[in-house]
Design a protein. Structure first.
Length: 134
């Protein structure tokens, strides 16, 4: 699901933003996946390594697009691994822990409009030039 391809001629930001949105939509639809990632990340071991390797493969595949978008000023200057960690902690975890997030935010994050607001806030931080073009 994360391997969205941009059409020929698209600026790098299009594909990256689409990937972030898809990742967060999948997280909202299947929060147990992120809960599993968190649990495996606490315990370590083969499953945690598998998840880490999967992220690195995706990152390696799109590294030039990330760097192009950063050079254009369209993506915040994260180091490659920091970008995923930021998306995980700031974007995915709030959707995977809806009771906690909803009590902190005083909204029901499982409602579609609140989920979209959360995704829009994250995209505004990651993609400052294009924050309004979500």
């Amino acid at each position: 699901a994360l391997r969205v391809r941009a059409a020929k001629g698209d600026r790098p930001i299009t594909s990256i933003k689409d990937q972030v949105r898809i990742l967060l939509d999948v997280t909202a639809a299947h929060p147990a996946l992120v809960r599993m990632m968190v649990l495996e990340g606490v315990m370590g071991g083969a499953r945690s390594e598998y998840l880490s390797d999967a992220w690195h493969k995706i990152g390696d595949e799109h590294r030039s697009r990330f760097h192009d978008a950063q050079w254009e000023g369209a993506l915040q200057p994260f180091f490659d691994s920091d970008l995923f960690l930021f998306i995980l902690t700031s974007g995915m975890i709030p959707l995977a822990l809806p009771a906690l997030s909803s009590s902190i935010l005083h909204v029901d994050i499982e409602r579609a409009e609140q989920r979209e607001k959360h995704i829009a806030r994250l995209c505004a931080v990651l993609f400052p030039q294009n924050a309004s073009a979500l």
